[in-house]
Design a protein around this ligand. Structure first.
Ligand SMILES: NC(=O)c1ccc[n+]([C@@H]2O[C@H](COP(=O)([O-])OP(=O)(O)OC[C@H]3O[C@@H](n4cnc5c(N)ncnc54)[C@H](O)[C@@H]3O)[C@@H](O)[C@H]2O)c1
Length: 421
C-alpha cells in the first residue's frame, strides 16, 4: 500500500476500445449533439484507406457534417499549424467547427490538439505554448492509428519550432480528448518501422513513468490542475500492465503485422502506458531524447529507444526494487539484484535492436564532441530533468549520455547491432 500517494489522475473523458469500434463513432458524435466537425488527418488515410470516406458519409447520415483537412505530416511544425488554421478558416467561411476529430499517429493528433486552440479566434499557436488555460479548446475526438504515442490520453501537443528546430509543448488538461477511440484495425496497415518506433515509445512511456518521481514529492509548481503530478498506485498499475503487454507483443507485432492478437495487445499497451505517463509524467529518457532529436532529426521513438537502456542503469541506486520487478516481467532470473538489473538493461537493448532500431548514439551519427552540449540541452528541459529520481541529475545525465555513446551497460562497453525485418 502506497500510503503517501497524492493522486491527481486525469484520463480522457471517454475511452472506447475494440476491433471495429470505429463503427460506433458517427452515432455517438450525433448523440453528443455535435453537428459541424473538422477531421484532421494526412494523405495516407484520405487516399489509401476507406476510413475517412466511411466516417464522413455515415456521420452525414446521422446529421453531422465534416470538413476534412488532410495536410498532416510527421512531426508537425508551428508553421504548419498556423497555415492550417488560416486554410481551414477560409474553407469554412469563418465558421468555427463544434468538434475536431484526429485520425492518425501522434503527429496528426498533436496537430489536431493545437488546432482545437487556434481555430476559435485564428490566433498563432505560439501564443499557447506552455499553458492554454486562457482559451478553452474545441472538443477533440482522437482516433490513434499507431500503438503508440498515447497522445489520445495526454494533456499535451508537441510541435516542432522551425526557428530553432526544438520541440515545443502546448499543455493543458482541457486538451485531453473528449473521446479516445482505439480501434486496433487502424494499426494493421502500419509498416514495420512505424510499428517499431511507436511500440518502443509505448514501452518507454510505461517504464519511465513507472520509475518516475513519487506523487507525494512531485513539484507541481503550485498548479491547481497539473497535467503531470508524479507516480501513484493508479499510474503504476497501468504501467505494470503495459510493460507486460509490451514484453509479450511488441516483437510479435513487428515480426508479423497481420498478428491481430499482437496488434490488439500493443494497442492496449499503448493506451495503458498513456494512462500512466499522462498523469505521472516522464523524465530523463524523453529529456535526453529531445536533445538527440534536435541534433539528429531522427524519429521520436528511435531517439527514446537509444536512451532507454542506459537511463534504466542510472536508476539502480534509487529504483532497485522496481527494476528487479521489471526484470521478472521480462522473464529474467539472476543471482542478485544488481545482476538482474544489468540483465534487464541488456534485454531491453536487445529488444530494441531486434526491431531494427540503433542502440547507441554513435550509430545515430552523434560525434563525441557533441556530448557536453547534448547533456546541457537535455538538462535545459527542466520539467523533465527535475522529475528524474536521482540525487544528482546533472551528473547522472552526463554519465547516461557517455554510456549511450559508448554502448556501455554495467562495466563492459558492448555494441549491439540493429537487425531490420
Ligand atoms: N502529445 C503527446 O502526448 C505525444 C507523446 C508522444 C509522442 N508525440 C508525438 O507523436 C509523434 C510521433 O507519432 P507516431 O509515432 O504515432 O508517428 P507519426 O504520427 O509521426 O506517423 C509516422 C508515419 O507513419 C504513418 N502512419 C501512421 N499510422 C499509420 C498506419 N496505421 N498505417 C500506415 N502508416 C501510418 C504516418 O502517416 C506517418 O507518415 C511525434 O511528433 C511526437 O513528438 C506526442
Amino acid at each position: 500500500m502506497r500510503t503517501d500517494d497524492l493522486i491527481h489522475f486525469c484520463p480522457p473523458a471517454r475511452l472506447i476500445m475494440g476491433a471495429g469500434a470505429r463503427a460506433q463513432l458517427p452515432s455517438l458524435v450525433s448523440y453528443l449533439g455535435f453537428r459541424h466537425g473538422l477531421l484532421v488527418t494526412d494523405p495516407f488515410f484520405s487516399t489509401r484507406t476507406p476510413w475517412v470516406r466511411e466516417y464522413v458519409d455515415e456521420a452525414a447520415r446521422e446529421g453531422v457534417e465534416t470538413f476534412v483537412f488532410d495536410g498532416g505530416v510527421a512531426d508537425p511544425t508551428t508553421t504548419l499549424c498556423d497555415d492550417a488554421t488560416v486554410q481551414i478558416h477560409a474553407a469554412l467561411g469563418g465558421r468555427v467547427p463544434d468538434h475536431v476529430i484526429a485520425l492518425g499517429g501522434g503527429s496528426n493528433i498533436d496537430l489536431a490538439k493545437a488546432l482545437c486552440l487556434t481555430l476559435r479566434e485564428g490566433r498563432p499557436v505560439r501564443e499557447f505554448v506552455g499553458t492554454s488555460a486562457a482559451q478553452r479548446p474545441l472538443p477533440l475526438i482522437a482516433l490513434p492509428t499507431t500503438a503508440g504515442t498515447g497522445s489520445e490520453a495526454t494533456p499535451g501537443a508537441i510541435l516542432v519550432d522551425p526557428s530553432n528546430a526544438t520541440k515545443v509543448a502546448v499543455m493543458d488538461n482541457a486538451l485531453r480528448p473528449q473521446i479516445a477511440l482505439i480501434d486496433p484495425e487502424f494499426t494493421y496497415t502500419c509498416p514495420p518501422n512505424v510499428t517499431a518506433d511507436a511500440g518502443i515509445d509505448a514501452l518507454t512511456h510505461a517504464i519511465e513513468s513507472y520509475l518516475t518521481t513519487d506523487s507525494s514529492v512531485y513539484d507541481r509548481a503550485e498548479h491547481p490542475d497539473p497535467g503531470y503530478s508524479g507516480r501513484s498506485s493508479i499510474t503504476m498499475t497501468f504501467a505494470r500492465e503495459s510493460i507486460q503487454l509490451c514484453a509479450r507483443y511488441l516483437k510479435r507485432c513487428y515480426d508479423d503485422g497481420t498478428d491481430t492478437e499482437a496488434r490488439a495487445g500493443m494497442c492496449q499497451a499503448s493506451v495503458y502506458a498513456a494512462l500512466s505517463y499522462g498523469s505521472a509524467g516522464l523524465n530523463a529518457v524523453h529529456g535526453i531524447a529531445y536533445a538527440v532529436a534536435g541534433l539528429t532529426h531522427r524519429s521520436h521513438g528511435t531517439t527514446n529507444a537509444v536512451m532507454l537502456p542506459y537511463v534504466l542503469g542510472a536508476l539502480t541506486g534509487t529504483r532497485r526494487t522496481e527494476l528487479v520487478e521489471l526484470a521478472r516481467i521480462f522473464g529474467i532470473e539472476a543471482d542478485d539484484d544488481r545482476a538482474a538489473i544489468e540483465a534487464l538493461c541488456r534485454r531491453v537493448r536487445t529488444l530494441i535492436a531486434s526491431v531494427g532500431i540503433p542502440t547507441d548514439l554513435r550509430a545515430l551519427g552523434v560525434p563525441r564532441s557533441a556530448l557536453p552540449a547534448l547533456t546541457q540541452d537535455a538538462l535545459a528541459v527542466t520539467r523533465l530533468a527535475k522529475a528524474f529520481p536521482v540525487p544528482n541529475v546533472a551528473a547522472a545525465y552526463a554519465d547516461v549520455v557517455q554510456r549511450a555513446f559508448d554502448g556501455q551497460i554495467g562495466k563492459t562497453p558492448v555494441r549491439v547491432h540493429a537487425t531490420s525485418a
